[in-house]
Design a protein around this ligand. Structure first.
Ligand code: HH2
Length: 299
């Protein structure tokens, strides 16, 4: 679907183009929320969020993903006005950063919030609902913005009651294919689209693990593939002793890095993470190993 350069795969996001083929892009998470599962409340004040964005960019984030609504299991929707109130001062500050600073993404399911964010200079809309808002695709298309189309079922409030799949990989792939077709029909440029299996969204721990392990089969869909496993509970459960209490999200670094290595080795193009500096180092090793495997298969 997307454009290929001599060295890789291009993801076009307004006036910015990310070459995500050979080098994995790292997207740093900054939740401007009181209740996100890992960093809730830490970056709610605009000055704290802005400082966090600058710190993650200095750690090597290629993109920053600003969220104003938690989508953890059970979370209740936040209205558009409140999302805009949380995002606007941060977006204004990022728009004033020097050219070449990190690409700015906004994590929202609302076309009205997306439109405001795009007016304020955001480059990417990250939509965990996969463009369910009827105005979302046209909003993204009009701005020439990049977009992340993620797989989920239901809403964050209801999704963990919808875990019945005959074949989770096949159903997620078919859903993403259909959402991508529908976005293109609504005017979104094919090379502006990235896809995401939605780890932890309407997925059991086993289903999340299967999607991570089968990343290469989703890469075959042809669009840049984003994986968001950072600090999620299925990793904590795998890393801990059987039956033990899960470690809190901030203590899930090694588990998250292991997931990042698997995703990159299996071909992922973008990693959405809380821990940017460590993930960048892991990504460089995993992509070198991936290239070495490809070179060995060619010779
Ligand atoms: N995961 C979360 C939020 N947004 N977007 C994409 N594309 N992929 C993901 O896996 C993804 C996402 C959940 O993580 P987080 O933002 O840390 O928590 P919360 O939703 O509680 O704010």
């Amino acid at each position: 679907m997307s454009a290929r350069s001599g060295t890789g795969l291009l993801w076009r996001c307004r006036d910015r183009t990310l070459d995500v083929g050979a080098r994995t892009a790292v997207m740093g998470i900054v939740n401007v929320t009181p209740d996100s599962f890992s960093d809730g409340g830490r970056w709610l004040r605009p000055e704290d969020a802005i400082a966090r964005c600058r710190a993650l960019a200095a750690e090597g984030a290629d993109l920053l993903d600003l969220g104003a609504e938690s989508t953890r299991p059970g979370a209740v929707a936040v209205d558009d006005e409140e999302q805009c109130r949380r995002l606007e001062p941060v977006l204004r500050a990022l728009a004033a950063e020097p050219a070449g600073a990190a690409v700015v993404s906004v994590d929202t399911r609302s076309a009205a919030v997306a439109a405001r964010a795009l007016e304020l200079g955001a480059h990417v809309i990250n939509d965990v609902s996969g463009l369910q808002d009827p105005a979302m695709a046209a909003t993204v298309a009009a701005a020439g913005a990049g977009v992340v189309i993620m797989h989920m079922r239901g809403t964050p409030e209801t999704m963990q009651r919808q875990l019945d799949y005959a074949d989770v990989l096949a159903e997620v792939a078919e859903h993403l294919r259909e959402r991508m077709r529908s976005a293109v029909a609504a005017g979104v440029a094919p090379d502006a689209i990235a896809l995401d299996p939605g780890i932890g969204f309407a997925k059991s721990a086993g289903q999340s693990l299967e999607l991570l392990a089968r990343t290469s089969e989703l890469v075959a869909l042809g669009a840049p593939l984003l994986v968001g496993a950072s600090r999620k509970s299925f990793l904590a459960a795998l890393a801990g002793a059987p039956g033990a209490e899960l470690p809190p999200p901030a203590s899930r670094l090694e588990a998250s890095l292991a997931a990042a290595a698997v995703a990159v080795f299996e071909g992922a193009h973008v990693l959405r993470v809380h821990d940017v500096a460590a993930t960048v180092r892991v990504a460089r090793v995993a992509e070198a190993a991936r290239s070495a495997r490809a070179a060995a298969h060619r010779s």
